[in-house]
Ligand binder design. Structure first.
Ligand SMILES: [Zn+2]
Length: 191
């Protein structure tokens, strides 16, 4: 049988923050009507400019340290251009060649019962897009609506090296990561 090799890319919504990544909109949108937590910045209206949420960077650094990463002295945001209806700016603000945190690792219990070291390639910050709401199922819907409440929500993307060798190990890694980010109070898993 061939060896199974798994690397993961995990999007953590930093949902314990009060405001979105680049604007002052409230993050408490989960029980709100569509498009009530928006402003010119997260709607990408012409002339609006993003202002980075300082607390989001602090949360990102906390997670980076807990994952034993190197926190970079300089970090850079850039525009990831793609067109999709849930992305009103036509680009997502993300990080590419200068991520916030690099070269970490955490331990999980491997399939053989021994501790296994899982390397973290990077953890970088980006913003969530909005959400498409189909009228019915995606293949039969006559129309689709868009809700921008989630647009601009702070995300931390955690990327592992391909160090996982089974779905069970991938699950063990996700459980460990979840326990870390809940302990750090940067993520509320109940949402
Ligand atoms: Zn906004």
């Amino acid at each position: 049988m061939d060896d199974v090799i798994i690397g993961l890319e995990i999007h953590v919504q930093l949902n314990r923050l009060q405001s979105k990544m680049f604007c002052g909109c409230s993050t408490a949108y989960h029980d709100s009507p569509p498009n009530t937590h928006t402003c010119p910045i997260c709607l990408g209206l012409p002339g609006s400019l993003p202002v980075l949420n300082k607390k989001a960077v602090e949360y990102g650094i906390k997670v980076g340290l807990a994952l034993n990463c190197k926190i970079e002295e300089e970090t850079l945001f850039y525009r990831k251009n793609y067109y999709y209806p849930d992305l009103p700016k036509g680009f997502q603000i993300s990080q590419y060649d200068y991520p916030l945190a690099t070269n970490g690792h955490i331990m999980i219990l491997g399939d053989d019962g021994a501790e296994r070291n899982i390397r973290i390639n990077r953890a970088h910050m980006e913003e969530d897009p909005g959400r498409l709401v189909h009228a019915g199922t995606i293949d039969k819907a006559k129309y689709t609506m868009v809700d921008y409440n989630r647009c601009g929500m702070p995300l931390l993307e955690v990327v592992t090296e391909p160090d996982l060798h089974s779905p069970r190990e991938a699950r063990a890694f996700l459980d460990k990561l979840k326990s870390i980010i809940e302990y750090l109070e940067v993520f509320d898993g109940s949402l």
